[in-house]
Ligand binder design. Structure first.
Ligand SMILES: [Zn+2]
Length: 182
């Protein structure tokens, strides 16, 4: 740490002289934030800057690891229990609808997969006749459709279904906990 030589006046001005009359040296050295240049008139060497929270003495690195989790209302009484069962039933109905949607994506994905496979076996012949640059730069339409369907529609349905199932499991856990407490 650098030691600043403070003008003697600092010690007396600290309480007696208004901030506007502080010496230039004081502003340059003590109490001035290295980062935002804000001046702390109360503390000579503040641990944290009172304007931007910068700290010249210590550095903290925080790493947060988080994952999405699912919570549901706790079950405290019979009314809550009934509510939880209703919630589970409606969630299961919703899950069933999404599952059916997912199943509908399957044949389309399989067809596109076959098209992609067929195209990849055709390729050696195409490459001989035409310039390789054209087929190389433009992505195969079947692959585009497949990617769109798989990563877009199918994935969003799958994510929705997963969230619903997590919620159902959380509700069931609350139900079991409630039953065990009785
Ligand atoms: Zn600052």
């Amino acid at each position: 740490m650098t030691t600043f030589k403070l003008p003697v006046r600092y010690y007396s001005v600290h309480t007696a002289v208004p901030p506007s009359q502080l010496t230039l040296e004081f502003a340059v050295t003590a109490g001035k934030c290295h980062k935002c240049r804000a001046i702390n008139y109360d503390k000579k060497y503040p641990f944290l800057c009172n304007a931007c929270s910068f700290c010249k003495y210590a550095k903290f690195d925080f790493t947060l690891t988080a994952k999405p989790c699912c919570t549901v209302d706790p079950i405290e009484n019979e009314e809550d229990r009934k509510k939880a069962i209703t919630t589970i039933n409606s969630l299961l109905e919703k899950a069933d609808r999404i599952y059916k949607q997912l199943q509908l994506h399957r044949p389309a994905l399989e067809n596109l997969g076959i098209q992609v496979a067929e195209h990849s076996t055709d390729r050696p012949e195409d490459g001989g006749g035409q310039g390789g640059g054209v087929s190389g730069s433009a992505v195969n339409k079947s692959i585009q459709h497949l990617a769109l369907k798989y990563c877009g529609e199918s994935k969003s349905s799958f994510d929705k279904l997963s969230k619903i199932i997590q919620k159902v499991l959380a509700c069931r856990k609350e139900l079991v906990d409630y039953r065990d407490r009785l």
